[in-house]
Design a protein around this ligand. Structure first.
Ligand code: FES
Ligand code: FES
Length: 155
């Protein structure tokens, strides 16, 4: 039986009837039609589904939607300004050539954002640790870490 749940996504209050079995990823993509957050593995291994909940990067494919009650969720769609300006992390990924097929990139950027919001000047190790749960089959990660370092003002 569905239950009402309310939470905030990208600064907008959302109220929906949700099946308690649904994951947050399912609700974002299939109910709210926000498909920027990707489904890769579906079981917590690839990070493609990463969103930020109350400041923490989480795998939305493992996150029961009922646990989102009252929480503040940021997805990749929430990074761009209303005027269509990219977030500085998105700009850095483009400028550093860190995007190939692009499938992993929303998750990578959300993991990087959670780090840079918490720690604007991270160490190399912190940059690498921030994306250790995010798999990329294309880039070899070097340009991705370059982009995060650049977004932090380190290049
Ligand atoms: S789709 Fe969630 S970790 Fe892979
Ligand atoms: S850019 Fe293709 S998986 Fe990362």
């Amino acid at each position: 039986m569905k239950k009402e749940i309310t939470f905030i996504v990208n600064n907008e209050k959302i109220a929906i009837e949700a099946d308690p079995k649904w994951t947050l990823l399912y609700v974002l993509r299939e109910v709210l039609e926000m498909t920027g957050t990707k489904e890769g593995c579906g079981y917590g291994e690839c990070g493609a589904c990463t969103v930020i909940i109350d400041g923490q990067a989480v795998n939305s494919c493992l996150y029961p939607v009922m646990e989102a009650e009252g929480r503040n969720i940021l997805t990749i769609e929430g990074l761009m300004t209303k005027d269509g300006e990219l977030d500085p992390i998105q700009k850095a990924f483009v400028d550093e050539g860190a995007v190939q097929c692009g499938f992993c990139i929303p998750g990578m950027i959300m993991s990087a954002k959670a780090l840079l919001d918490r720690k604007p000047k991270p160490t190399e190790d912190e940059i690498k640790e921030s994306i250790e749960g995010n798999l990329c089959r294309c880039t070899g990660y070097v340009k991705i870490t370059d982009a995060i370092r650049s977004a932090a003002g380190g290049r």
